[in-house]
Design a binder for this molecule. Structure first.
Ligand SMILES: [Zn+2]
Length: 345
């Protein structure tokens, strides 16, 4: 039995680094093992909407990294939020400031999306998507719709027709359907062209809805999209471990302080960063595809974004450890659980 894994530094293509004080707490965790991480733009109080926001947030992140010992070569990949007001000019200026993608949240489906996109097909936003297609930068989508008489567990299903229509209208637009949670989403992404990919989180590979509400309400497993059924989880594991380059890592690590999770209308988001490479190694080993872990964590995402592969490696060793009950102000994913792989520096 293999007792050591040498892995190319990860590309985590979906991270919520937040703003200080959380930024200082959580960013060094990802920087321990990732070469790059996509910084999601739905920060508050200041969201990342323009070139100036991109430059400002990049500086905030760099400032924390500069104070972080052993940060190696971590590089944040910046994004902007695409809203109804986002023009082609705003997009182009953001790219020139270093943004690698634009993120669209449909109105009202997740943390800080109350100013999200109302209509994916308005003439105005179509101009913006066209500009993104022309310059070859990806549109990242939180693929859920909050429609009338639609359960939270069906919100991803009802978004998929929008994805199909977008892919038809913009045949060369790079699209990433973020944090997919259903078998249907896996199948839909597979059937589309190679310009359409999906990120998969570690927690959606572990959880079903039972782990959120089936045994007493477990707020630290609550996230959007909600974990779904066993067949869905099986399909996600299959996709992640299949070697299909359309599926790559985006952890959606989304820290909230313990108080914000353990309350009425608790915030959605799973803080998976402290266990990410460790739990992924366990999942891939269990699926019998440890040999495909690096493709998922460190190759397919870079290829999709046209980035060179990370150069450095990290090492995991087989040694049981217990995930702490709390790290700083946040309860991590799998708190109190025993994991089989440890990250060694
Ligand atoms: Zn997210």
């Amino acid at each position: 039995m293999q007792d050591k894994i040498i892995l190319r530094r990860l590309d985590d293509m979906h991270c919520h680094f937040r703003l200080d004080p959380l930024l200082t707490e959580v960013l060094p965790v990802t920087a321990q093992y990732a070469g790059r991480g996509i910084a999601m733009p739905n920060t508050r109080p200041r969201a990342i909407l323009t070139r100036n926001d991109v430059l400002w947030y990049h500086d905030e992140i760099k400032r924390v990294l500069d104070r972080t010992p052993n940060r190696f070569s971590f590089e944040p990949l910046m994004t902007i939020e695409v809203r109804d007001i986002t023009t082609p000019r705003i997009i182009i200026n953001a790219w020139q400031a270093g943004a690698v993608a634009g993120k669209a949240y449909p109105l009202g489906v997740t943390t800080n999306s109350n100013e999200g996109l109302r209509d994916f097909f308005s003439p105005k936003i179509s101009e913006t998507f066209k500009a993104m297609q022309d310059i070859g930068k990806p549109l990242l989508i939180h693929g859920e719709l909050d429609l009338e008489r639609t359960l939270v567990t069906k919100r991803e299903d009802v978004f998929l027709p929008t994805l199909l229509k977008l892919a038809e209208k913009f045949p060369n637009l790079k699209i990433v359907l973020e944090h997919i949670s259903t078998k249907k989403a896996v199948e839909t992404v597979k059937q589309l062209g190679k310009n359409v990919a999906a990120t998969i989180t570690a927690h959606h590979l572990c959880l079903t809805l039972n782990d959120v509400i089936g045994y007493g309400i477990q707020p630290h497993n609550g996230c959007m999209p909600m974990p779904k059924d066993f067949d869905d989880r099986d399909a996600l594991i299959e996709a992640a471990t299949s070697g299909n380059p359309k599926f790559f890592l985006g952890s959606d690590t989304a820290p909230h302080s313990r108080e914000k999770k353990e309350c009425s209308r608790g915030a959605c988001g799973v803080y998976s960063a402290p266990v990410l490479p460790q739990i992924l190694a366990e999942i891939f080993e269990k699926a019998g595809h440890l040999d495909r872990l690096e493709d998922f964590t460190s190759r397919f995402g870079a290829n999709f974004y046209d980035l060179p592969l990370n150069k450095d490696d990290i090492t995991l060793i087989r040694k049981e450890w217990t995930v702490p009950e709390q790290i700083g102000s946040v309860v991590p994913f799998l708190a109190g659980a025993k994991l089989q792989w440890q990250l060694v520096s």
